[in-house]
Design a protein around this ligand. Sequence first.
Ligand code: GTP
Ligand code: MG
Ligand code: ZN
Length: 289
Amino acid sequence: MKQGIITKGVGGFYDVLVDNYVVRCRARGVFRKDNIIPMVGDKVMISTKDKAIIEILPRKNQLLRPTVANIDLLGIVLAPTHPVPDFYLIDKLMINAEINEIKVMLIINKIDLVENKEIKDIIDIYKPTQYPIVTLSCREQMGFEKLHDFIKDNVVTLAGQSGVGKSSIINVLYPEKVLETGQLSEKIHRGRHTTRHSRLLVLPSGGMIVDTPGFSTMNMNEVMPEDLSYLYPDFIDYIHQCRFNGCMHDKEPGCMIKEAVAEGSISQGRYDRYIRILNELREFRRNIW
Ligand SMILES: Nc1nc2c(ncn2[C@@H]2O[C@H](COP(=O)(O)OP(=O)(O)OP(=O)(O)O)[C@@H](O)[C@H]2O)c(=O)[nH]1
Ligand SMILES: [Mg+2]
Ligand SMILES: [Zn+2]
């Protein structure tokens, strides 16, 4: 028996990194019974003789979109253009990380494509969250020192729309291990889904980084509508100052969140998307009860 970490799972097999080599393993049926499916990032015990995963060690956390276990930090990658940022998806990724108590950083890639003003506009949306923000260009290889500081000693997962440059970022960090990247389709301005399966890499610095496929939808139905605002770090300071206990920050008078939006302390877009997500959660609850 040896302990390792799952770096990749494809078609019922799992690559498990043990010491310095990778063993391709099957998963024993035992987890299926318990409804536990091995994930990238899982720490596992394997039998090197049978090439089988025997036990999945308890998870610190897990994300389902993208699917990965034991993450220290979720790096949410966006590009100011090509593709046009989907802030709704970005906000949902942030909420998802908050639910699972995973630290967040925002990575703005492809800064070579736009003027500083456009980058600043994006930073302004997320500055009140106090999530660290790193600006990068893979093309110009700019901004990577700061990214390195966040990655070392951590297990970092990159997530974000298809085509924002997740695989490209890892290729700059780790030039020896070249991942496939995709050309953007000019017509639809969306990346091809070039990364099909999550993959964990150990960086020369010692940190680990997971490349994940881009995706465009995600639901968060497990969140109760009244809990949603607590998953917004930029809202937290105001939540308890609202006139009404249990204010949902929607149509209620005396709402300090709305006041903070009016004053510019919270981004209008963040708030509008909060209302959109709130209404989706309400709709979901209405339909299941
Ligand atoms: N101009 C510019 N292009 C970049 C930059 N980073 C990546 N690209 C290009 O953007 C395209 C998509 O990059 P990928 O790394 O494949 O994107 P991805 O996020 O891994 O996409 P999926 O695997 O589909 O989720 C490629 O054509 C890259 O060359 C950058 O900093 N500047
Ligand atoms: Mg990719
Ligand atoms: Zn309120």
